[in-house]
Design a protein around this ligand. Sequence first.
Ligand code: AP5
Length: 207
Amino acid sequence: MIGPPGAGKGTQAKELARLLELVHISTGDLFRDNIRAGSALGKRVEAVLASGALVPDELTIELVRERLRAPDCVRGAILDGFPRTLPQAEALSGLLAEAGDKISLAPYIKVSDQILVERLTGRRTDRRTGRIYHVKYNPPPEGADLEQRPDDAEHTVRRRIAEYYANTAPLLEYYRKAGVLREFDGELAIADVLQLIVAAARELRPA
Ligand code: AP5
């Protein structure tokens, strides 16, 4: 899943994973889990995430390499927030090629910058279930145990958007050339975006 911060990658990836029975791998979630657990990796990346910068490629690639080796990835996986730089994209292509595999679809969720800031500052996540909500666009149910991500403060959101344009946007051309990029209008309602991505995924692999 490619798109700027707040495009809806996590929202869509969780539902897609459930519907297509694939594993959802979010590098952001993996980093946050490590920070919460106080692991050595978590300690190394905590300040990076808080600043809105990107974690160094070597660390990120190693984390994904390990995760993709797990048996639950055999049927495939939905990668959310990875790759995010050209070196990461090249490393991923290499990893998959070693296993005789390749990326089948790179869904690009397109959303304009003004909307991203409002989405991220209004985002809330349920600590217990990991479900993603928005105070206005996807209100949480009563009783949800909500938290707000520290990097959703407005100045950090702007830094993350700048990182996206500098480092991640070039991947659109990379995957366009590979013939796997598909663009989706991320300003449609959540359910409509999902329906379009599911249809594109099912064209590749009928249910
Ligand atoms: P990460 O966790 O990946 O954050 P991100 O890419 O900035 O993306 P977000 O999770 O903020 O947004 P999203 O697109 O998933 O949107 P969501 O579905 O939540 O990364 C965090 C940090 O980790 C990075 O800054 C970096 O430091 C590090 N990192 C991670 N991966 C890395 C990598 N590969 N390399 C280096 N560093 C890495 O939706 C947002 C809000 O909008 C929600 O409230 C949702 O309810 C709402 N919403 C969603 N869709 C819609 C819609 N269609 N209409 C209305 N509202 C909607």
